[in-house]
Design a protein around this ligand. Structure first.
Ligand SMILES: [Zn+2]
Length: 136
């Protein structure tokens, strides 16, 4: 028997993010007035208050800002993943994004580690952005 993990429920604000992710592309909301990126998606720019927002493809590069290693699965669906790393990644564009690190031994993760986006298809509608160490 397999157990599923919870999946995102896109809404009007977040749908462009999830649609891009399903195309294996990381897109971020950016203010057209002050040109700053922000994340999570919202209806007004957190920097200047403008509602003139657009979506722009991000570099997919960043570094580990903070992380924790999960050893106890929060539900049955996560048991095959433990131990896994939940991280806050400081994106090159500025915003921080919470994600899971993949293709890495948890005990080798360090603050400041360069990472890049990767994508994990979950089903026919949903693909999750994850991050992995930059290959050297
Ligand atoms: Zn702005």
């Amino acid at each position: 028997m397999t157990f599923s993990r919870p999946l995102p429920s896109p809404n009007a604000l977040t749908a462009p993010y999830w649609q891009a992710a399903h195309q294996r592309e990381l897109k971020l909301p950016r203010c057209e007035a002050c040109a700053k990126f922000h994340f999570y998606p919202r209806s007004a720019c957190p920097h200047c208050g403008s509602t003139q927002l657009g979506w722009h493809t991000a570099s997919g590069k960043g570094e580990v800002y903070s992380f924790t290693v999960v050893h106890r699965a929060p539900s049955k669906g996560f048991e095959e993943l433990v131990p896994y790393v939940v991280a806050v990644v400081a994106l090159a564009e500025g915003p921080h994004l919470m994600t899971r690190l993949t293709q890495v031994q948890p005990d080798t993760v360090r603050i400041g580690m360069p990472v890049q986006v990767d994508f994990e298809k979950q089903d026919e509608e949903t693909t999750l952005p994850v991050f992995c160490p930059v290959e050297k």
